[in-house]
Design a protein around this ligand. Sequence first.
Ligand code: SF4
Length: 696
Amino acid sequence: GSREVDREVHSVCPYCGVGCQISYQIKDEKIAFVQGRNGYSNENRLCVKGRFGFDYVSNPQRLMKPLIRKPDMPKGVNVDPSNPYTHFREATWEEALDVAASGLSRIADEHGGQAIAGFGSAKCSNEEAYLFQKLIRTRFQSNNIDHCTRLCHASSVAALIEGIGSGAVTATFNEVEHADVIVIIGANPTENHPVAATFFKQAARRGAKLIVIDPRGQALRNYATHMLRFKSGSDVSLLNGIMHAIVEEGLYDVQYVQAHTENFERLKEKLAAYSPESVAPICGIDAETIREVARVFGNADRAMIFWGMGISQHVHGTDNSRCLISLALMCGQVGRPGTGLHPLRGQNNVQGASDAGLIPMFYPDYADVEAEPVYTKFEELWQTPLSKKAGLTVVEIINAANAGTIKAMYIQGENPAMSDPDLDHARAGIAKLEHLVVQDIFLTETAMMADVVLPASAWPEKTGTVTNTNRQVQMGRKALNLPGDTREDLWIIIELAKRLGLPWSYTHPSQVFEEMKRAMPSLDNITWERVDNESSVIYPCPEPDHPGEAVVFGDGFPTKSGRAYLVPADVLPPAEVPDQEYPFVLMTGRQLEHWHTGAMTRRADVLDSLEPGPTASLHPNTLARYDIAPGDLMRVTTRRGSIELTARADMAVQEGTVFIPFAYVEAAANILTNPQLDPYGKIPEFKYCAVRIGPA
Ligand code: SF4
């Protein structure tokens, strides 16, 4: 067929944190196809989601009109998304916004602003994230505002801020070009950051040593010089074992440690108890391999460490990250080209939404809400009194909804009725809310329980900036007209704010960006016009014509002392270990074809036909032991719930473990997961709980 199009629009992929630059090719006001552009993070490449993941925008299930719940309709996730009219009636924008605002105001008047909470989204723009948190904080004097960072890298960010004074990556992933050793732990980039994975493969082909550490096998092992398939949950033991060997063999960087770190002596004392020989049986990796990896890393000239949810989603997630920070710093592997710490961010804008302040304990740019003079600065900027108390986090908000202390919520583009742990409990909490306003593009499982549903814009239907895992602030541009009676997200937030009595007069995202610059020193020398002209600028940016710093902290850290603080970690066991009744370990995660709770990708034809239904992956020996054939329906059960799904044989999964993607509502993995939280990052343990398996 003809590839002639009417026009092209430059933007950014809305899926993962790699932030590939794309070009929508528009024909007859539809996206005919998508091409990669020569962006810094993708160099013309795209993965299957970026190439084929856009037809969700015209899926017949798109919400086209505001909806209001019919009186006395019970709240559950049982509404047919193609026919919401069993539970809802259509409304005008005028009525829907009035009902949404008056419900929130009534609850705040009766119970105080602390009874209100908001979930923003890591899929929204920086400007939307900023206004969303500003609305909750300034109208309700409540810091109960969070988003899905809490479920992904909150523990990594907690450890990074504590250790080096900044939660963002110290180097872009492009720096692997200069590295001679690359460690990838608890991440599967080929599936979850596919274009970043191509940079890792290139570096390995060039001769860099690639150390992959993960309980599951993965495609990068074909490029790895070392593949350590350790026992799930034994991260701290393994990393302490590696550091023990580095100390014992004198491979750490004495000068760097003295010049740039604190607390090394205490770390050393702690590591004494973790010889490779003593941790080997705990990790399932022999001592000689641990020593070999320690030597490779300790002798590296330039080394980088990358990690993902396999590190962060544990009750010891913060400890896991502390170990990675210590490992890099004791060897002086931060602050030079080809070195660095890089938590691979999941969502396209989880970095930007966090920077913009969708976090209960921080204002924009990680300014502590409980610290003076921080709140005075924001009270002046926003011209209103603010709460001086950190708000509740995602799982705490759902617990408070169950307890009846959170009574109303405003949720934009987030789907806690699928993404939270222990879903039966989470859904019960959401159903108990007296007033729920949901702004989204589909009738998600969360929207099914709303009192008011506000039909929003898909990513190609609006303009705004997003910030990827590399700290690149990039421009997403409007390519399509809004369908039906939908509205741009920014407009919806502003109109709701006005009805809540806030004196807002923004008419364009560039005005919001301008205000953000006043609140966020990280945006110094980055203007809306620059991002629009250059498509991408990295923060921090030292000069108005500088592309931004790919590597930071060459001359110290943004901590009080200017030094990094090394925090030793002890072993904290997983919150729920296998026993006779529940003898297996469950890990949840994503797969290449589907994005998170599936709201978009399961409505994209190519992606849906590649992976049409829920599967549980197990080692063939495990399946054989239970007399389950690949393709059979099987049952997986925990203390919290039970689901049925198709068995898949997968040699990459260790015996004794089960892997289930969480994108499928008909067998929602999070019915099973444990809501127990990491005490620092408040992240739930999605990567470890005890399960029982059997035929359906
Ligand atoms: Fe989109 Fe990520 Fe794929 Fe790039 S790698 S095309 S940003 S999903």
